[in-house]
Structure formats: structure tokens, C-alpha cells
Design a protein around this ligand. Structure first.
Ligand code: NAD
Ligand code: UFG
Length: 338
């Protein structure tokens, strides 16, 4: 059985990917320091697949932890989710981001090298396109960053590209996620942000269960159809499938390849709100507020390359996203603390 090390596998996207891996017969080994996750997710994964994934509580910056894992299991490949992702916090505490994300990735790559494991799928982000000149975005668009979080993703992408150029044994797939949303259809696992959510979907869902009073819509004067921001929302289980496809498509001349992971469709904040209200039967009050600093008007992907090269397309539509988001939130109004 193929053994895959999943760093950050207790987190939102990691836990859904672990379910997909295990259902496809892979042996998933999670290393996570639980900085932004809850060990309860392991019991939930057990309820879905019938087995608990192997779990090592530890930091990817800790070489001893990684050496122990690589020595205990013959790891065939790594999916690297571990990292911090809050844009605003990254502006306040840049060193926390460079340390966790960049130093963490370097530590992982060094351990992989020591143990002759050189296949890695990396969680990148559409944030590496900065403010794109047009949409849809293709992988060859210029890259830039407007905050330390985005900068950390760009730095890691650069490191991976340089390593692959220097040594053809390294095989890297960079998955540039657009906006991950939704939850596993069982309602047992989903996104459980600490504190007040930064992102749109968990915010809307928490208003619907009464944890928050109303949604603040950040700006209605963008050059979009209804004036609110437009994004490419991708179901987290489609994202999980993309990791599976990435693992299946490593090849000897692989080098370092980047793929957009989105649907190719853009939806506005108000369209998302309406679709959620329809799926949940709940009214979600909102008010129009000022633009959020650093936000862009519109972002959605062209996903032809991932279709051609890793045989992946998003299969779940907006109705499915909203149904699963509501199933998770209504069954777990307080997330994993319930
Ligand atoms: P998440 O916070 O739910 O998961 C990340 C996991 O990594 C958490 O369980 C956390 O405890 C763990 N972690 C953090 N630092 C660690 C460290 N130093 N050592 C070990 N574990 C550590 O976030 P997510 O939404 O699942 O995102 C996963 C990855 O995808 C991140 O790298 C993120 O930057 C990237 N990404 C996320 C989004 C998004 O909107 N969710 C978009 C694009 C890219
Ligand atoms: N929005 C609101 N109110 C909220 C939250 C968001 O109106 O309370 C709006 C935003 O202005 C934006 C849209 O909803 O127009 C989506 O915002 P999110 O915060 O959910 O997502 P972003 O596209 O701003 O950013 C997210 C992650 C980034 C990541 C990027 C691409 O936060 O880290 O997706 O993957 F880089």
C-alpha cells in the first residue's frame, strides 16, 4: 500500500484529503501540531472510513519528529498542507508566517532529502497571482504578492522550482487553490475556524446558526455585475480529488509543475449569499460595508491545464457546495467543540 505523509492533515483541506486517500486504499500518516485544528477530527475520519489515520502530533520545523516519521514508515510521497493562512494576521506577525510556512517547508524538504523521498504536492494559492490583469487566470500569469502570507507561498514555490531545476530526482506539483468551501457530504468533517471567520462561507454559515448577527459585505462598488467581489469557489472534496490526481501523475521528467484548482466559474458575494439561503432555508441578514483592504474585484481560474495534465476537473456545483456547507454547520454549530 502506498504511504503518504500528510503535513497539516488535521486541518480543513487536509482532513478531507485524508478521507479520499484512505478510501482509495492509501496509508495516510498525518503530522500536525494542532495549531489550527482539533484532534477530534481523527475520530470523525474514523467514523467515515472505518479506520483512524496514523497521527503524529508535531511541528514540521522539528527535524527529529520528521526523521522519526520517515524512519518508521517508507513514505512514497508527501502532501504538504501545514502552514498558516490568515492574510490579516500575516501582516501583523510576518515572522510567524515566514517561520511556519517557509522555514517549515525547508525543514520538510531537508528531511525528505535525507530519507530519499522526493515527491511532493504543495498547497499553493491563487493569491500568488496578486491582482490579476484579467480573468480567467492561467498558470503563466505574472506572480506577485501583496502580503506576507502570499509572499511565503511565492517563496516556497520559488524554492521548489529551484530544487527541481538543480536535481531532476525532485518531483513537485504546486496546486494553486482558488476558494475552498463546502464539507464532506457526511457532515462529520468541515471547516472550523478559530474565532471570527475571515472567509466568506464560514462567516455566512455562522450567521445562519446564530453565532454571528449579520454578514458584512465588503464593498458593492467593484466593477462586477452586482458590485460585490467575485471568486471561484471550489468544493473541498473536489480539491481532495485534485491531490489524488496529482499523486497519480508524477512522472520521471516531472520537475516542478503548477496547476490552477478551481471551477472556472466566478460567483459574487450576493450570489453566494442567495445560494446559501436557498439551500439552508435560513435568512442571512447582511449590510454593505466599506471594501476590505487588499481585496481584489474578481478572481477565477482557467483550469484547462489540470484537466489535460492530471486529468482533474471539478464535479460538484454550487448547490452541492451549499448543501454540504449547511449540513456540516447545522450538525456542528460549534464545530468540533460540539
Ligand atoms: P488549516 O489551518 O485548516 O490547516 C492547516 C493545518 O496545518 C492545521 O491543522 C495546522 O494545525 C497545521 N499546521 C500549521 N503550522 C504547522 C506546523 N508548523 N507544523 C505542523 N502543522 C502545522 O488550513 P487549510 O484551509 O486546510 O489550508 C491548508 C493549506 O492550504 C495551507 O497551506 C493554506 O495556506 C493552503 N490554502 C488554503 C486556502 C483556503 O482558503 N483554505 C486557499 C489556498 C491555499
Ligand atoms: N467577504 C465579505 N464579507 C466577509 C468575508 C468575505 O464580503 O465577511 C467577501 C470578500 O470581500 C471577497 C469574497 O467575500 O470578495 C471572498 O472573500 P474570502 O475572504 O472568503 O476569500 P479571498 O478570496 O479574499 O481569500 C481567500 C483566502 C486567501 C487565499 C485566497 C485564494 O483568504 O488566503 O482565498 O485562495 F489566498
Amino acid at each position: 500500500m502506498k504511504k503518504v505523509l500528510v503535513t497539516g492533515g488535521a486541518g480543513y483541506i487536509g482532513s478531507h484529503t485524508v478521507v479520499t486517500l484512505m478510501e482509495r486504499g492509501y496509508h495516510a500518516i498525518i503530522v500536525d501540531n494542532l495549531d489550527n485544528s482539533n484532534a477530534e477530527v481523527l475520530n470523525r475520519i474514523n467514523s467515515i472510513v472505518g479506520t483512524k489515520p496514523d497521527f503524529i502530533e508535531g511541528d514540521v520545523r522539528d527535524a527529529d519528529v520528521l526523521d522519526r516519521v520517515f524512519s518508521s514508515y517508507e513514505i512514497d510521497g508527501v502532501i504538504h498542507f501545514a502552514g498558516l493562512k490568515a492574510v490579516g494576521e500575516s501582516v501583523e506577525k510576518p515572522m510567524r508566517y515566514y517561520s511556519n510556512n517557509v522555514e517549515g517547508s525547508i525543514s520538510l524538504l531537508k528531511a525528505m532529502d535525507r530519507h530519499d523521498c522526493r515527491k511532493l504536492v504543495f498547497s499553493s494559492s491563487s493569491t500568488v497571482y496578486g491582482d490579476p490583469v484579467r480573468v480567467p487566470i492561467t498558470e503563466d500569469f505574472p506572480l506577485s504578492a501583496t502580503n506576507p502570507y502570499g509572499q511565503s507561498k511565492l517563496m516556497i514555490e520559488t524554492i521548489l522550482r529551484d530544487l527541481a531545476n538543480a536535481n531532476s530526482q525532485w518531483q513537485f506539483t504546486l496546486l494553486r487553490y482558488f476558494n475552498p468551501v463546502g464539507a464532506h457530504a457526511s457532515g462529520l468533517i468541515g471547516e472550523d475556524p478559530n474565532g471570527i471567520p475571515n472567509n466568506l462561507m464560514p462567516y455566512i454559515a455562522q450567521v445562519a446558526v446564530g453565532r454571528l448577527n449579520k454578514l458584512n459585505v465588503f464593498g458593492d462598488d467593484y466593477p462586477t455585475e452586482d458590485g460585490t467581489g467575485v471568486r471561484d469557489y471550489i468544493h473541498v472534496m473536489d480539491l481532495a480529488d485534485a491531490h489524488m490526481q496529482a499523486l497519480l501523475h508524477f512522472k520521471p521528467d516531472h520537475g516542478c509543475r503548477a496547476y490552477n484548482i478551481g471551477t472556472g466559474n466566478g460567483y459574487s458575494v450576493l450570489q453566494m449569499l442567495q445560494a446559501f439561503e436557498k439551500a439552508s432555508g435560513k435568512d442571512v441578514p447582511y449590510s454593505i460595508e466599506a471594501r476590505r483592504s487588499g481585496d481584489i474585484a474578481e478572481s477565477y481560474a482557467n483550469c484547462e491545464l489540470s484537466k489535460q495534465e492530471i486529468d482533474w476537473v471539478a464535479r460538484r456545483d454550487l448547490d452541492q457546495i451549499m448543501k454540504d456547507q449547511w449540513n456540516w454547520q447545522s450538525n456542528n454549530p460549534n464545530g468540533y467543540k460540539d
